[in-house]
Design a binder for this molecule. Sequence first.
Ligand SMILES: Cc1cc2nc3c(=O)[nH]c(=O)nc-3n(C[C@H](O)[C@H](O)[C@H](O)COP(=O)(O)O)c2cc1C
Length: 202
Amino acid sequence: MAGKTIVVGISGASGAVYAQRLLQLLAVEERVARVHVVVSSGGQRVLREELGISCREAEQIPAVLVGRAADKFEYLHNANIGASIASGSYPTDAMVVIPCSMGTLGAIAGGISDNLMRRAADVHLKEGRPLLLCWRDTPLNQIHLENMLRLARAGATIYPINPGYYHGAETLTELVNQFCLRLLEKLGLPQDKQYQWKGTKG
Ligand SMILES: Cc1cc2nc3c(=O)[nH]c(=O)nc-3n(C[C@H](O)[C@H](O)[C@H](O)COP(=O)(O)O)c2cc1C
């Protein structure tokens, strides 16, 4: 069975560490053959602000985030609206935008496909493929809420970066890790190390 092809968009919202952990997990996930990574200029800014990551060549971003080179990653420039993932004829299994800014979320909700990340998200919706939008912002205004409802109705999964606390994580690293393990399950990649609630006596 061929491995999955996943698209990861990194936009300019806070929460870059979640994108980093997701890419690290995808790098070692044997059921994933290809990961296309697209980063907005806002995303690059947040990678710099939050993780201190600044690459002379943007193509290096996945390897720098993961900590090593991985052949399965392909960096695609956000301005390249002619890249593979801009077309529904190119087979992918799912797309995640993590972290997803309210700007990118609003553009996708409005069908505005003026960069590769937005176009690829639009393609996932029109092709009926999974699109997970992992936003962090708080509080939400009415425009954000309406955009989210519109996207949910169009088939997207509105997936707040809102980790659980019932698994007893004691560090931020483990909190982020558990969030990303659960996210992988939503991509059809269940993880052995994902915490499962066993139930308690009431
Ligand atoms: C450090 C930093 C953190 C930010 N956090 C958020 C955020 O959590 N949510 C958001 O919608 N925008 C956030 N922004 C603003 C966006 O980056 C900005 O609106 C940008 O234009 C979004 O464009 P993009 O979606 O194409 O990346 C942040 C900006 C910076 C520099």
